[in-house]
Write a protein that binds this ligand. Structure first.
Ligand SMILES: Nc1ncnc2c1ncn2[C@@H]1O[C@H](COP(=O)(O)OP(=O)(O)OP(=O)(O)O)[C@@H](O)[C@H]1O
Length: 290
């Protein structure tokens, strides 16, 4: 089966900025991949290349085995860009029917709007929708053509809790039906609860690629937290966070660090040891907060 998305040796520059630097990425059919990275990592550039909005400077990008710039290869693609850009004066129903007319078997307006919590808004002008409703409509449009692949660029930004949950349910149902998903997000819980695979992008390069546990494992970070007024220099500590006397140490070997604390007679209280969250792994991989 042809991979829905393939990037091989892809580099894309904007002037002096290298937005993507020799990136290889293949998405298997039916996979749900989270693309995680700080601002300016190159996530939107990657999404724009896959949806045919931009061309790589070098390397190849394939959508269902073809050139994403050919409309015929985009028939099974649904996308939601970061900016919604809906025409203010068109009614919701008109927008849905217009976008749907580009696809051979679009989902009906009523069904689609219902699924995204937009019932009863068919006759409302897009300009009269709230920010969250606009966002929901833009997301709904990604699914109108019964796609086999959806690219969701920070889809839940600007959504309330209910809107986020509704989108997650839609993404899960789409995936359960065999659909392929690439989701970019800053929300780590979104990746942890939705994605099977996580690709960490920073500075235009892929820094880690694996299932959520494998990415955690790649950095083997454990967190050792306790209260202590002072702390000697300790070996094996990769990062220290301190809030008053509450200390969190990040380390590759939590067991050894606890032994070291005891050996150094550190007068700690309230010790707790936990596995890295994806955020810890991400900070370690990208070298700092986003
Ligand atoms: N049209 C453009 N012209 C010039 N530079 C650009 C353009 N688009 C992106 N860039 C630069 O390329 C780099 C990657 O940007 P991109 O938007 O792909 O990152 P991102 O990971 O999507 O970031 P964010 O999370 O902020 O949306 C950044 O340094 C950005 O400033």
């Amino acid at each position: 089966m042809t991979a829905p998305v393939e990037l091989h040796g892809v580099t894309r520059r904007y002037g002096d900025t290298v937005a993507l630097d020799d990136v290889d990425l293949v998405l298997e059919p039916g996979s749900l991949t989270g693309l995680l990275g700080p601002n300016g990592a190159g996530k939107s550039t990657l999404v724009n290349l896959v949806s045919g909005l931009r061309r790589p400077d070098t390397g190849t990008v394939r959508l269902f085995g073809g050139d994403p710039r050919d409309a015929v290869n985009r028939v099974a693609l649904g996308t939601t860009p970061q900016q919604t850009g809906l025409p203010d004066t068109l009614r919701v129903g008109e927008i849905v029917r217009f976008v749907g007319s580009h696809f051979p078997d679009p989902v009906g307006a009523g069904e689609l709007l219902g699924r995204f919590g937009l019932d009863g808004l068919e006759r409302r002008q897009a300009g009269g929708l709230s920010g969250g409703q606009k966002r929901r409509l833009a997301l709904a449009l990604a699914f109108i053509g019964r796609p086999r692949l959806v690219l969701l660029d920070e889809p839940t930004t600007g959504l309330d809790v209910e809107g986020r949950r509704a989108l997650w349910d839609t993404v899960r149902a789409f995936h359960a039906g065999g659909g392929t998903v690439l989701l970019t997000t800053h929300y780590l819980d979104e990746i942890e609860s939705l994605a099977e695979r996580v690709v960490v992008l920073a500075g235009g390069r892929i820094r880690a690629d694996g299932d959520v546990d494998a990415v955690r494992g790649a950095v083997r970070v454990g967190r050792v937290s306790f209260r202590a007024a002072t702390l000697p220099d300790l070996p094996g500590v990769e990062r220290t966070e301190r809030d008053g006397d509450h200390v969190t140490l990040h380390t590759a070997d939590a067991d050894e660090l606890v032994r070291t604390l005891v050996r150094h007679d550190v007068p700690f209280t309230g010790l707790s040891v936990s596995r890295a969250s994806l955020e810890d792994a991400f900070l370690t991989l990208t070298g700092g907060p986003s």
